[in-house]
Write a protein that binds this ligand. Structure first.
Ligand SMILES: C[S@@+](CC[C@H](N)C(=O)[O-])C[C@H]1O[C@@H](n2cnc3c(N)ncnc32)[C@H](O)[C@@H]1O
Length: 271
């Protein structure tokens, strides 16, 4: 396994164990949505939709927005969430597709899958399956899924083209993509890009809008829409760096260069 993927797995395993151990929640993608702000206010989830979800599913939320809100899910549909973590988006989707539909979550990290399955049990939902595997090699048949969602995961993969091609493969014709992710809006110093810590935090692996669109198009997608929704200002970047104890990794000058360089974004496309 590639070194970066191994690091990512270890990191998310630690976060899942921390949530399960009832210590403070995780911190994944770094924007206001991860920590310290709770997801209901910061990440586009309505308090009412979170109200009866298991507490650990909410505490484990590591996304950068709410992809389910983009997906327009209908009763009876099959939905797959890539990098499902503690399962928040899978459980929300499962309620929307109802008993005649099915919601899959796919994750590579054993501790996350354990946490997600515990959350599933608490939720009482019966139309959910958490799968172990990689988004670069999705363990589902061709053209079996109506909607693919993902929340702050595509940026983590080193081969985004392979992951998005796999996504295209499992989608039915006319199927749709509803992703929340981090995008890069302007060039940043190589030293920052190379930092594995920032990569794990969803920033250094972010694509530019042009590269994201190009990768989706090459994977076969059409009707592509990529909308930045929350630009990371210098103050937020500094807060993230402080949380992750990264201050030593870049200078004040770098912090200025990072100002406005990244944003959370909504990505929609069709097969
Ligand atoms: C930032 S967290 C997001 C979790 C969840 N989507 C959420 O919003 O709370 C990233 C998740 O993706 C998983 N992940 C990262 N890269 C992956 C890959 N290549 N294949 C499968 N899962 C992956 C990690 O194990 C982790 O659970």
């Amino acid at each position: 396994m590639a070194r970066i993927q191994e690091e990512i797995k270890k990191r998310y395993g630690r976060i899942a164990r921390r949530v399960s151990g009832k210590r403070s929640g995780g911190c994944g993608c770094g924007a206001g949505g991860c920590c310290p702000t709770p997801p209901a206010e910061a990440n586009g989830y309505r308090a009412s939709e979170l109200a009866d979800l298991p507490e650990d599913a909410i505490r484990a939320s590591l996304g950068c927005s709410n992809p389910v809100a983009l997906a327009n899910l209908q009763p009876g549909e099959t939905v797959l969430d890539l990098g499902s973590g503690g399962g928040i988006d899978v459980l929300l989707s499962a309620r929307l597709v109802g008993e005649t539909g099915r919601a899959y979550g796919l994750d590579m990290t054993d501790d996350m899958l354990r946490l997600a399955n515990r959350n599933l049990k608490k939720s009482g939902l019966t139309n959910v399956t958490f799968l172990k595997g990689y988004i670069e090699s999705i363990p589902l048949e061709n053209e079996t899924v109506d909607v693919v969602t993902s929340n702050c995961v595509i940026n983590l993969t080193e081969d985004k083209f392979v992951a998005l091609s796999e996504t295209y493969r499992v989608l039915k014709k006319g199927g749709r993509l509803a992703i929340a992710d981090i995008v890069q809006l302007k060039p940043v110093p190589d030293s920052v890009k190379k930092s594995i810590e920032l990569w794990v935090g969803c920033v250094s692996g972010a694509l530019t809008l042009e590269a994201y669109e190009d990768t989706l198009r090459r994977a076969g997608f059409t009707q592509i829409e990529i909308q930045p929704v929350g630009v990371y200002e210098k103050s937020l970047i500094e807060e993230i760096a402080h949380d992750k104890k990264l201050q030593g990794l870049y200078s004040e000058q770098d912090a200025d260069l990072l100002d406005g360089a990244f944003a959370s974004a909504h990505v929609k496309a069709k097969k």
